[in-house]
Design a protein around this ligand. Sequence first.
Ligand code: PEP
Ligand code: MG
Length: 544
Amino acid sequence: MEGTFSGIRLSGKTVYHGITIGKVMVLRNDKDQIRRRKIADPAREIERVRMAVDVSKQQLAAIYHQAVKKLGESSAAIFEVHQMMLEDKDFLNAIDHMIRTELVNAEYAVAVTGDNFEEIFAEMEDAYMQARAADVRDISARLVRNLSGQGNKEFCMTEPSVIVAKELSPSETVQLDKEKILAIVTEQGATNSHTAILARMMGIPALIGVPLDFDAIRSGMTAIVDGAAGEVIFEPTVLQRGEVEEKIRCEQEKLRLLQELKGKKTVTSDGRTIRIYANISGVSDVAYVLENDAEGIGLFRSEFLYLRRSDFPSEEEQFRAYRQVVQMMGQKRVVVRTLDIGADKQADYFQLGREENPAMGYRAIRICLRQPEIFKPQLRALLRAAVYGNLAILYPMIISCEEVAQIYAVVKEVEEELKQAQIPYRVPAQGIMIETPAAVMLSDELAEQVDFFSIGTNDLTQYTLAIDRQNPRLEAFCPPHHKAVLRMIQMVVDNAHKRGKWVGICGELGADLALTETFVNMGVDELSVTPSMVLKLREKIRLI
Ligand code: PEP
Ligand code: MG
């Protein structure tokens, strides 16, 4: 490189932390090479599209199976969705129409139609639907590759590399050989895109939204990716290399020291204990829980089993997922939160419709209590899975004792049904999320009704401070340790303990090391955090 990029720092948004240095591998966008050609035989071009669709579906089925093994069923579901998208009549008819009316080649018709559909998704208001634009781009690029005979693009990396791309599609990300990826840096992408989700799941340092100049960046260059600082440095100077190598050594040493805490007790120097559990969103995350020696799972966000698909997961499918998690965790407790769909977590088959204020809308337990046909299969699956291990159920967004009574009535019905059908089941411990100010104020009465509380500080902060947790502009108004929220936590702990119930924190505040001592002093019984924070918290607590 002629020095153009020597030591140039570019900033982006961190998807996954970590720091690394290595050789760059640029993945080019095939669409750039598509040419418009006039054709004489539209029927032949349409037949070529049909054949490319068939081949693409076969490839996606293979990728799906590969992804199930690597990442688990719920993360792999996107590749089933891609197969279904390839059957979409609107998409296929639009391609045929363009070939017939404009007499253009199949590659061009697919690429242009793909662009149009992508734009439609990108302009939708819903963040989840916007993120689907990447999926449309992914399937049309695959079709084009199959039409032009490039087949299934394999990423042959001979040495571990920093992947640099305009955008990585979910199917490309999952095909990457994890052992050979040092980091991912992309120009486009959203934090809730599938690619970001998959990168986090695979634990790869990743940055998105980096203003990359593809005329200047080439494979073979060296790059430093610093996830913690949210920056990438191409062709670093000797000094920068030295600095980063030192940082990496420190990180590795810290990690090595943390490993020594595996199997050790989470106890303060004066003998107080607090449980450190982990949060997960799918079966595949259990590997990270075990790797980081969490003492249990304090929050399984079950709604992720409902996302990225086109219909409800069946009772059987859910039962298998919950059973697998409890079995993998042995005797350790697994707290599964029932469906918390709505607000930012949308699935169009729920047909929730547009709301003025979705965070305060028809969501979570409100949907479950109003639509037992959705709630009951999940409860049946949970009661059945409870037979296989230490499972507990957690209900989200509770605002009253009446809601808890209604939930118990549905659980009773489900229990009766399972008994009648002679299906093995167990009614496990049941707790509620404390994430509304109403639940805090009623925590004395609620504690009489339930087995435990789990404080959701993300929503509790949002509803207490009237600050939308999704709006980055409001971050400046949101003091992370607001006294009002901390007082609420103390109130909930006291009310629960008076009635012999335990309290955990499963919101992001639980992983805030600056508050660990405060939570221990408050008497919080459990902190449930992202798996990579477990050992850091244990270290912190042992020093109190
Ligand atoms: C919370 O609100 O703090 C919580 C843990 O739940 P979620 O982030 O899934 O809303
Ligand atoms: Mg919440």
